[in-house]
Design a protein around this ligand. Sequence first.
Ligand code: ACO
Length: 178
Amino acid sequence: TVTVRDKKHWLSVVEEIREMVDNDLGFQQVETKCPSQTKTFLFISNDKKVAGCLIAEHIQEGYRVIEEAVPEGSEGEKVMFERQRAWCCSTNPEPALCGISRIWVFSMMRRRGIASRMIECLRNNFIYGSYLSKEEIAFSDPTPDGKLFATHYCGTSQFLVYNFVSGTRSDQQSPNLV
Ligand code: ACO
């Protein structure tokens, strides 16, 4: 975990990684809005490389993704459908404590449980002395990968989202509010 109280060197490393992650996600380059409100978790591989990054922030509320029926078909077809569809969310805010602003794993190391391990670490360390429940976590404007991961991790496709701004990313349709 790296916070503003840590040495300047680490903060500049984190800022560099964030820029790289934002590039990968298609986010426009923006400085971290409020560094004192964010916690960054890095997954360092055995060969001492940054293989994963999770940036979390304090939030008050999230909005539940509204589930749409997935059409019948093979597993592959279902995943393809999940990847391509825009997500819809409720307009009713629900209380939440922790927002996952970015989650990213190096492409060669995906599907090995690294993102899941980073979230476990987040849940243990985000609020001192308490373990966050999955219901207290929301995902910022998830990408197709993020949506598939969050659905698996939360055990439901109706997980919480927040911070959706249409047109911030090039790869995704705007969310539909219903
Ligand atoms: N397709 C289908 N299911 C997936 C995918 C995927 N691409 N990624 C994760 N899952 C599901 C699977 O059920 C997986 O379990 P399994 O491998 O046993 O089937 C389970 O989630 C756990 O996955 P992890 O291995 O813990 O996740 P990983 O380390 O691969 O990281 C991540 C997932 C972070 C989404 C990665 O794919 C990534 O970096 N993608 C590019 C960046 C990105 O889009 N990040 C999300 C942005 S949204 C946001 O930041 C809030």
